[in-house]
Design a protein around this ligand. Structure first.
Ligand SMILES: NC(=O)c1ccc[n+]([C@@H]2O[C@H](COP(=O)([O-])OP(=O)(O)OC[C@H]3O[C@@H](n4cnc5c(N)ncnc54)[C@H](OP(=O)(O)O)[C@@H]3O)[C@@H](O)[C@H]2O)c1
Ligand SMILES: [Zn+2]
Length: 386
């Protein structure tokens, strides 16, 4: 058991430690006995799983801003010294401090040598409403940064990484890249295409119908499923429904739980213009957040919403609008709640023209099935059509 007392040899003998990231200008030098960074000449670059652990903490910070930062992305950051988080920050709203600045400002004194900044998105490199974060990071003497995902803006992609490296900062990219990118899926699509990210959501029966006959309770799914679905509203900029849903259900279409935020826009589509003036969406305290589009194609509505800086929309029904979204391949994500009930009837969740062939159908990539009470929630992303 003699070797057990010489931990460094154990460490070096383990193949995974030979995979420590080696990055210029700071090359790893292994610290005897423990994973701390006490001596500058004996430095240990943490293994990737440590990076992931702290990036997860930065992601948790970013999530606090989800749904409130639009048209900016949600971003989080943590500052780590000696395997301990010493400051946290996130972007709260457009115009406010960016996550890195929020995090570094929380620190009472200067950034200690050897501290690593973890940030979910590449810092900005140009002046927007605030000064570029890349410069601020260099000014605050951060010497090491780990970035989740690179800026989706083709004009800015990788610029901060270059700036930081030129400023003597050791930069690691791509830690939990997919999770960090997914967090801002709405923003990423809108930024690149100018059109909002479209989520199709509904609660339906096992035979794919949306509703019971008039006069009966309109809910097919359970209360837990509906509470689950409510959370989706909290992360989008707009909710779209057809006029028939307003006439039949008279919904509020608001976010009623979670941290306070500007309510999503409520977008009503109509051809006839026949909408009850007493409907809640026209009379409640958020009535200035209701938009009516008359005689517009769904595509043109989405384009117009994109111009209004709406980065993500939730199509909540009814069947007519959902069908158009599927037929025209406008859906980026689906979240469907299926209740164990057969209703029949004439309001199909996705009727429309239908796919031209089985091969031409919209198939989901790695769908996620969650059981919520007696219901099933299916979430997934349509595979890109060939
Ligand atoms: N289970 C669920 O999750 C869920 C969710 C939502 C709704 N629902 C149910 O679904 C039923 C309503 O569904 P539905 O399929 O009958 O109707 P719908 O999709 O809610 O509304 C259809 C109406 O929307 C307007 N419209 C649709 N596309 C348009 C476009 N491209 N441009 C302009 N206007 C457009 C037209 O209004 P005009 O007639 O005014 O021209 C059309 O008649 C309700 O019973 C509701 O309870 C269920
Ligand atoms: Zn910034």
């Amino acid at each position: 058991m003699r070797h057990r007392s010489h931990k460094i040899w154990d460490i070096l003998a383990q193949p995974r430690h030979h995979d420590f990231p080696v990055r210029a200008p700071v090359r790893p030098r292994y610290l005897l006995g423990c994973g701390r960074y006490r001596c500058s000449y004996l430095q240990l670059v943490p293994p990737e799983n440590t990076h992931e652990k702290f990036m997860r903490a930065a992601l948790a910070e970013a999530k606090k801003g989800l749904g409130r930062t639009s048209p900016n992305p949600a971003v989080g950051a943590v500052l780590v010294k000696g395997n301990r988080i010493i400051a946290r920050g996130y972007h709260r709203q457009a115009g406010g401090d960016h996550a890195e600045v929020d995090c570094l400002r929380k620190l009472a004194g200067p950034v200690p040598p050897g501290a690593i900044l973890y940030v979910t998105l590449e810092p900005c490199s140009t002046r927007g409403r605030t000064a570029p974060c890349a410069n601020y990071i260099i000014e605050r003497s951060v010497r090491s940064i780990v970035i989740g995902t690179i800026d989706p803006n083709p004009q800015h992609r990788g610029r901060a990484v270059e700036l930081l490296r030129a400023g003597g900062v050791d930069v690691t990219t791509g830690t939990l890249e997919e999770e960090c990118a997914r967090l801002n899926e709405g923003f990423n699509k809108w930024f690149v295409t100018g059109e909002p990210f479209v989520i199709a959501k509904c609660g339906m029966s096992l035979d794919a119908h949306l509703t019971r006959p008039p006069g009966e309770s309109r809910w097919l799914t359970s209360e837990s499923s509906r509470a689950h679905a409510q959370k989706l509203r909290a992360v989008v900029d707009a909710i779209i429904v057809g006029a028939e849903t307003i006439r039949r259900d008279n919904p509020y279409l608001t976010v009623r739980s979670g941290p306070r935020r500007v309510q999503p826009l409520r977008v009503i589509l109509t051809r006839s213009g026949r909408l009850p003036q007493t409907a809640k969406v026209f009379c409640d305290s958020n009535r200035d957040r209701t938009l009516i589009y008359r005689n517009k194609t769904l595509r043109s509505v989405l384009r117009d919403l994109g111009r209004r800086k709406v980065t993500s929309v939730l199509i909540e029904g009814g069947g007519d609008v959902l069908s158009q979204a599927f037929d025209q391949r406008l859906v980026d994500k689906v979240q469907i709640y299926i209740a164990p009930i057969f209703t029949g009837g004439n309001v199909l969740a996705f009727g429309g023209k239908g796919a031209p062939s089985t091969e031409g159908s919209m198939r989901l990539e790695s769908p996620l099935y969650q059981r919520i009470g007696e219901d099933i929630c299916v979430t997934g992303y349509p595979k890109p059509s060939s």
